[in-house]
Design a protein around this ligand. Structure first.
Ligand code: NIG
Length: 403
């Protein structure tokens, strides 16, 4: 079954040349893109959709979220807006609230959050555990997360639970807890930060995950300079996320990890080229604003040759939003990215951060038809009309999931 989507005013491919097509069309066959080009040249198809002169871009790839939780921390947020500093201790508050909610209600929350993300143009969603912090709860959260997310990250090393010694808890995370979550997760992550896990503990977590066959991700340098970024690069993590406080060595480590790489390498099937992939710096603009931390230096990272992704960091403590539109707008208006750079960061670079760039994150023949239709004549309107409800339709693997 083929479907022609035509009358597209602007089609942003996010291919290696950042091709922009006007008066464009595309053909979807099953789950994948079969043809892209000028509307006037479009081939016949079994069915067609009139995009009505709107804009089509790849669906957002949200590569960092914490969707498995219950409860609300708006009072903490309000206190922060009145001058309190963010501290990771709130994670324990959410842990208590989440442990008290059964599978049925937690699943309802997760389904609602996934639907909200789709309604905002997200087609690929990563989410994490990290509000369980016991073997049984982390395994439960991983299992529930795997029913709604495209890929799941194990973050048992989110914070040390009350009453535990940090080294003893790290042994639980790297032993029985890892064994229990393994059937449901593809990634392991650690919050490497003062007040959470130090370098040695983070190293132990990442090495255990690697030995178990998981990909590596790191929460690093969110609240101060620390070892997170360099550890992530040393161990070949796919992404280090937050990156608000970076030293010159951190910049150099990230930039070195990408030396020899060019964006056109990302779609290649050649495995020696894929091994050039470095550590993505994932910036979380909504979190930076909500915690009043300095904005991550996305502009400078891009200028240094680092691949930068933008993600929502949906969670109840520091970023209670799945709106990637908002994050992209913020990255343009406040982090000084161009519109094209921000689009790439929230699509193709997010896909690199999740290792799925050969399947999604750009509109190219053979990739999944993961599409975001904007009710605007150009994608520039995302930043030009901040906060407006521009998402018109979302298509995941050739099926409309919102609109
Ligand atoms: O990515 N930094 C650690 N984890 C979350 C915050 C979690 C919370 O405060 O509940 C983050 O910002």
């Amino acid at each position: 079954m083929s479907l022609l989507i035509t009358n597209i005013a602007e089609l942003r491919t996010i291919d290696s040349e950042d091709t922009v097509l006007r008066d464009a069309a595309l053909v979807v066959e099953g789950e994948r893109i079969a043809w892209v080009g000028a509307a006037a040249d479009a081939p016949a198809a079994d069915d067609f959709v009139d995009a009505g002169g709107r804009t089509v871009l790849p669906g957002w790839v949200d590569s960092h979220s914490h969707m498995v939780f219950a409860g609300d921390r708006s009072a903490e947020f309000e206190a922060r807006m009145a001058g309190e500093k963010y501290a990771a201790g709130g994670i324990r508050v959410t842990t208590e609230a989440t442990r008290a909610v059964g599978d049925y209600d937690l699943t309802r929350l997760l389904l609602g959050r996934r639907a909200e993300a789709a309604a905002g143009g997200t087609t690929t969603l990563e989410t994490k555990t990290g509000y369980g912090l016991t073997v049984d709860e982390e395994a439960r959260h991983a299992r529930l997360a795997s029913t709604i997310a495209d890929t799941v990250t194990y973050l048992g090393a989110h914070v040390v639970p009350a009453g535990w010694d940090a080294d003893e808890y790290t042994r639980l995370v790297t032993g029985p807890m890892l064994d229990a979550v393994k059937p449901y997760v593809e990634w392991i992550d650690v919050f490497c930060e003062t007040g959470a896990f130090n370098r040695e503990q983070s190293l132990a977590v990442l090495e255990a995950g690697k030995a178990a066959g998981l990909g590596l991700r790191v929460h690093g340098n969110q609240l101060g300079e620390g070892p997170g970024v360099r550890l992530a690069v040393e161990l070949g993590a796919a992404s280090v996320d937050h990156v608000n406080h970076l030293s010159a060595q951190d910049f150099a480590a990230l930039a070195d990890s990408w030396s020899g790489y060019s964006v056109s390498d990302a779609s290649t099937q050649n495995s020696s080229v894929v091994s050039l992939r470095g550590t993505v710096a994932t910036v979380l603009p909504a979190c930076d604003l909500s915690t009043r931390e300095p904005l991550a230096p996305a502009r400078e990272l891009l200028d240094a040759g680092v691949v930068v992704a933008i993600a929502s960091n949906y969670n109840p403590g520091t970023s209670f939003t799945s709106s990637v539109n908002y994050c992209v707008t913020t990255a343009v208006l406040q982090m000084r990215l161009t519109v094209a750079e921000a689009l790439r960061a929230a699509t193709h670079s997010g896909a690199i951060a999740l290792g799925v760039e050969r399947e999604t994150g750009s509109i190219e023949v053979g990739k999944f038809a993961d599409l975001h239709v904007l009710n605007a004549p150009s994608v520039v309107h995302l930043a030009y009309r901040p906060g407006m409800p521009l998402t018109y339709q979302t298509w995941k693997r050739g099926q409309m999931v919102h609109g």
